[in-house]
Design a protein around this ligand. Structure first.
Ligand code: C2O
Length: 487
């Protein structure tokens, strides 16, 4: 069985990477009208190319972002891409490696994708963020999946990003602006940081043309499995018929169209014949027997009645856009003192009935900023922001929001929303007397690529982006509470 391995465990001149290079070179040599070619495959994700006819048009621009189809659609997509790659390399055991950027020693773009630089290396791509092909590293906070893994529910109500896997929808949506937790971080962050403000990876219509896209998504797919391994009630939305039965079309290694649904991809070993090198040994193949719907948190249908009830607590005061820059920015949020106290009390309760939610609403930009932001709550003045402190609530990345409103689906505004569950922060800060009295603030700290640490002299030669591109901005910051869904 093909095993998807950590790319850092593979020699960049060894047989596995050599076979990967051969497969990609073959796909790149094929005509873009061939469904098994590099370009056609990338266009299935998204493209600016004009499709030659209606039939082709129906198979392009299919990626699913901002809904609970994010994980399942990308698993299907990467699965068929891998089969095409195996055939192209003439190696049935070839598997896509994964890039585990959560490991602090593996935050530089894998060496095989940077060297040799130039067209002789099918894994190299010049159109990436400044510095990344010279060994610049992804910053720690934006590549962490800790926030996402804390969520137990796979999906959330149609107006909510409070889930590991995204909001429920009634039908496929190419782009939609409310991101699930893992899609926001690390997924969107890695796209923006690797692409910078003008590279391929920052744009869903170009991203899959960069070979690193496929290792990024191999890792995202792996994180889905590692999340399930955490147990504690984490499970796939097998009781949701929309998720289980919606059909998506791809192409197999012979260029023939194939249709897949959620229920075809639940088990990578039994159904799709691949595994990861860190899949726990001897995990019994759990049959995905459906659990009675009522017992499953977040098993709604995605119909219009599926909305989460938010009780507003407070909102940023400014009527102007909150403009994010290179320097830390603190935004006050006006909260009634009594409400703030009540929330602190509720958050400190043994059984938390209401979660406290911080939302960034109306996220916009003219082009991908190419950096991420760390978000803090009540960070005291003069305090060094640190992502392992109790002030840290998460990160904000940029990807798959259509700038200028081109092609926004369903007349939705081209602006995004990210929700953070800050119940644990409020609980910790309240215990220290740093919450309450109506003084709540939110601080944004830019987080971009870091020069490689080797020597200072070398680092100075690796220029990284020092400020955001594309004018990232947010309409408002809101605080609210929402009833807990987990039993
Ligand atoms: Cu559909 Cu990482 O993108």
């Amino acid at each position: 069985m093909p095993i998807r391995r950590n790319v850092y465990s593979l020699s960049s001149t060894g047989p596995r990477i050599t076979s990967l290079r051969q497969g990609i070179a073959t796909m790149k040599s094929r005509s873009p009208s061939d469904p098994t070619s590099w370009i056609y495959q990338a266009n299935i994700h998204g493209t600016y190319d004009q499709p030659p006819n209606q039939q082709v048009a129906r198979t392009w621009n299919q990626c699913q972002h901002g809904s609970f189809f994010f994980f399942s659609w990308h698993r299907m997509y990467v699965y068929y891409f891998e089969r095409i790659l195996q055939a192209a390399a003439g190696n049935p055991n070839l598997a896509l490696p994964y890039w585990d950027y959560s490991n602090p020693a593996q935050r530089a773009l894998p060496i095989a994708f940077r060297q040799p630089s130039g067209a002789s290396n099918p894994l190299f791509e010049a159109n990436r963020a400044p510095g990344i092909n010279a060994g610049a590293q992804l910053p720690a906070a934006p590549v962490s999946h800790a926030q996402a893994f804390a969520f137990v529910n796979f999906s959330s109500a149609s107006n909510s990003g409070l889930s590991f896997g995204g909001r429920r929808v009634a039908r496929p949506v190419h782009f939609s602006p409310i991101f699930g937790q893992l899609e926001n971080a690390p997924h969107n962050n890695v796209h923006g940081l690797v692409g910078g403000s003008s590279g391929l990876m920052n744009d869903p219509n170009l991203a899959a043309r960069d070979p690193i896209f496929w290792l990024h998504h191999s890792n995202i797919d792996r994180l889905w499995k590692r999340w399930l391994d955490q147990g504690g009630g984490r499970s796939n939305p097998v009781n949701n018929d929309v998720w289980m039965d919606t059909e998506f079309t791809f192409f197999d290694e012979n260029g023939q169209p194939v249709v897949m649904t959620g229920q075809d991809i639940l088990d990578t070993v039994g159904q799709l014949n691949y595994r990861y090198d860190d899949d726990p040994a001897n995990v019994p193949l759990v049959p995905f027997a459906a659990v009675p719907a009522a017992a499953v948190a977040g098993s709604g249908t995605g119909s219009s009645g599926d909305e989460e009830e938010r009780r507003p607590l407070g909102e940023s005061e400014s009527v102007d856009m909150i403009e994010l820059g290179a320097e830390p920015l603190t935004v006050p949020v006006e909260v009634q003192g009594e409400a703030a106290d009540a929330v602190a009390e509720a958050a400190g309760a043994e059984v938390v009935e209401n979660r406290v939610v911080l939302s960034l609403e109306g996220i916009q930009y003219d082009e991908n900023p190419g950096v991420s932001y760390e978000v803090y709550i009540n960070l005291p003045e003069g305090q060094e922001p640190h992502h392992q402190s109790e002030y840290f609530v998460g990160t904000l990345g940029f990807f798959a929001l259509e700038p200028h409103g081109h092609g926004a689906e369903d007349h939705e505004r081209p602006s995004g929303k990210v929700d953070y569950d800050i119940t644990a922060n409020v609980r910790a800060l309240a215990a220290r007397g740093e919450w309450g009295g109506g003084a709540v603030s939110v601080t944004f700290v830019m987080s971009g690529l870091l020069p490689p640490p080797e020597t200072e002299a070398e680092a100075a030669e690796v220029p990284v982006q020092r400020e955001p591109g594309g004018q990232p901005r947010i309409e408002h910051v809101t605080l609210s509470t929402v009833p807990s869904t987990e039993e």
